[in-house]
Design a protein around this ligand. Structure first.
Ligand code: PMT
Length: 230
């Protein structure tokens, strides 16, 4: 398989030195890329600004903003069998971005924001036979909101994590997730390393791809480089 994995935060600049972002470190997404490469798959890793080494055997594409990430996903999607969106994409960006550092005195008291594109919703029409896997970062029981996002974003699987826990979600090496599939099945995994969570997600994708290969005339993409899907 060829997996396209997104990881980390996006940064939405209001000037060259200031930005809106979130607490994502990329650990979950990089673990997914490592688990996929370890299993022998081709991997393109689209990474927001993070301080992690590139997992061996993967192709890394660095991006900054949500719009950059969307463009990279659109470029690489034609080559992919599976898209896994583990990135914490900023939903909003400042309406204006200054070309030079804003002086303290000229900083507006209120920031005007505008919505970023939803990457999964934007590429949904291009899904075809590909598997689309999303994540849901929630505080409290993540399952109800994850089910809503699974349906709203047309996903095959959503990985729900409660990011209010100290040993799960953002910036830690462990996670506790529930895998919720579009066919109604779900699996709550215990606390594990992010690498083991990634391996479990990989197994789910491998089983699903081999099942659909056996039951349909799925077309091979046969591509390993970016195409034009924008
Ligand atoms: O990076 P770490 O420090 O290891 O932390 C891991 C994590 C907490 C970031 C990860 O486990 C996680 O939950 N990632 C998803 C975070 C998130 O943005 O969730 P969401 O519920 O806001 O978004 C739902 C889905 O839509 C996600 O797959 C997201 O990538 C996608 N999305 C969101 C916004 C947007 N504009 N476009 C999108 O495609």
């Amino acid at each position: 398989m060829h997996l396209l994995v997104t990881a980390g935060p996006t940064r939405e600049h209001l000037d060259p030195v200031r930005f809106l972002s979130n607490r994502s470190t990329g650990k979950m997404g990089f673990a997914l890329a490592a688990a996929a490469a370890e299993a022998g798959h081709a991997v393109t890793l689209v990474a927001g600004p993070v301080a992690l080494d590139t997992p061996p055997g993967t192709t890394r594409v660095d991006v900054v903003s949500a719009r950059d990430m969307l463009a990279a996903v659109q470029d690489w999607l034609p080559a992919a069998d599976v898209l896994i969106m583990s990135a914490a994409v900023a939903d909003w960006r400042p309406r204006r971005c200054a070309g030079i550092k804003l002086k303290k005195a000229s900083m507006p008291a209120t920031l005007e924001l505008e919505p970023n594109p939803d990457i999964l919703k934007t590429v949904a029409p291009l899904k075809g036979e590909r598997l689309f896997v999303g994540f849901a970062a929630e505080t409290g029981d993540p399952a109800p909101e994850a089910r809503r996002k699974l349906a709203a974003k047309g996903l095959d699987l959503i990985v729900a994590n409660d990011v209010s826990q100290t040993d799960a979600g953002f910036a830690v090496d462990t996670n506790r997730v529930v895998l919720i599939a579009a066919d109604g099945t779900s699996q709550a995994l215990p606390l594990m390393s992010k690498l083991d969570v990634a391996r479990a997600i990989m197994r789910w994708c491998e089983e699903r791809i081999s099942y659909s290969a056996g039951t349909s005339t799925r077309q091979e993409t046969g591509r390993s480089s970016p195409g034009a899907f924008r």
